[in-house]
Write a protein that binds this ligand. Sequence first.
Ligand code: FMN
Length: 389
Amino acid sequence: MLRYLTAGESHGKCLATILEGIPAGLKLSKEFIDGELRRRQSGYGRGKRMEIEEDEAEILSGVRGGETLGSPITLLIRNRDWENWQSLMDPLVQPEDLKEEDKLTKPRPGHADLAGAIKYSQKDLRNILERSSARETAARVAVGAVANLLLQEFEIEVVSQVVEIGGVKAHTADLTMEKILKARDKSKLGCADKAAEKLMIEKIEKATKAGDSLGGIFEVVVANVPIGLGSHVHWDRKLDGRLAQALMSIQAIKGVEIGLGFESSRRPGSNVHDEIYYESKKHQFYRKTNRAGGIEGGTTNGELVVVRAAMKPIPTLKIPLQSVDIVSKDVVKAAVERSDVCAVPAATVVGEAAVAFEMAKAMKEKFGGDSLTEMKRNYASYMEYVSKL
Ligand SMILES: Cc1cc2nc3c(=O)[nH]c(=O)nc-3n(C[C@H](O)[C@H](O)[C@H](O)COP(=O)(O)O)c2cc1C
C-alpha cells in the first residue's frame, strides 16, 4: 500500500510529508525532487512569494546511500520566509502575544475561510487559510516526484501540459509526446502551442491590470501503462475514480475528465467507444482511437491514460469581492493576501504529481514487493503472460 500524509501551514516553519510503501532499492534523486518543486514555482502569472521561496526537499528518513530502505520516507520543505512570520506563526506563541489587529476576519469568497472558521469555531481566519492554502501542494509535488521515480523504473512516463487559460484553447492533439514536452519546457506557461500561449499571456496581463484572476485546464498523459491497473470489482478500486479524487482534491480544481469526458455524453455510442483489434504477430490487442482515455471499467486498457482537470480562477482578488466580517457582521471587502493572478501552470505540475502518485499506487498494488527487485520480477512475469495472449 502506497500512502502519504502532509503537514504544515502556508507561513509555518516548514511543510513535511511522510510517504510509506515505496519499495526498497529505489534510487532517490534529490535533484529530481527539487527540479519538480522548482517547476511548481515557475509560470507566468504567479505572485511575488514564488521569488522568495526556492523550494528544496530535505530527505529526513527512509533513504540510505541514496536508495530507499522500504521504511517511511520523510521529506521536509522549509519556508524561506519563516523569519518574517515567526512572531505570528510559531506554534509556541501564546494567544496573549497575538495582536488584535493581526486577526483576519474578512472571509474571501471562493476560499475555505468562512466555512472553515464556522466548522472549527475560529475567530481568526488565519487559523483556517494557513492550512487550506495551496502552499500545501509543494509537499504533494515532492511525493509525486518520488512516485515518478518509481514509475520511471518501469519506463512509465507522465507528461502534463496547460491546454486552456481564460478560455484560450491550445491545439496540440496532432503533436507527439516528445514534441509536447520540448515545446512545453520552453513555454512560460507550460503550454506546447506557441500561438495560444501568446494569447494566454495577453489575457493574464489584462486580468492583472484589472485586479482580476484567471483559471484554465491542464492535461496529464501517462504512457507505457500496462493493461490491468486498477479494477472493476469495487468502487474504491476503480482507477478512474481514484484519479478523479486525487485531482479534485487539489485546491481550486472544479472538474476532472478522463478521455473524451463530458464530450462523450454528447456523441452517439458508435462515435465514443474504441473498437478492439488484434495484431497476431505481436500477440497484442490494440485500439485505433483512444476516446476512453486508457481506462475502461476502472482498469487500464494498455492505451495512453489521458486525464484533464479544470481550475477555477484564483479567489483572492486585488479588487476584492463583497464579504461580511465574521465578528462585527459588517459588510466589508474580502481580505487581500499576496496572491497569484493565474496559477494554472503550477496546478499542472501538482496535477502531474497527483496522477504519478495514483499510478505508482496502482502499480504497487498490482505488482507488490518489498524491494524494487521483487516488484520488477512480478512485473516481468505478468508482462510475459500479456505478451503471449
Ligand atoms: C498551485 C496553486 C496556487 C494557488 N495560488 C493561489 C493564490 O495565490 N491565491 C489564492 O487566493 N488562491 C490560490 N489558489 C487557489 C486556492 O488555494 C483555492 O481556490 C482554495 O484553496 C479553495 O479551494 P477549493 O476551490 O478547492 O474549494 C492556488 C491553487 C493552486 C493549485
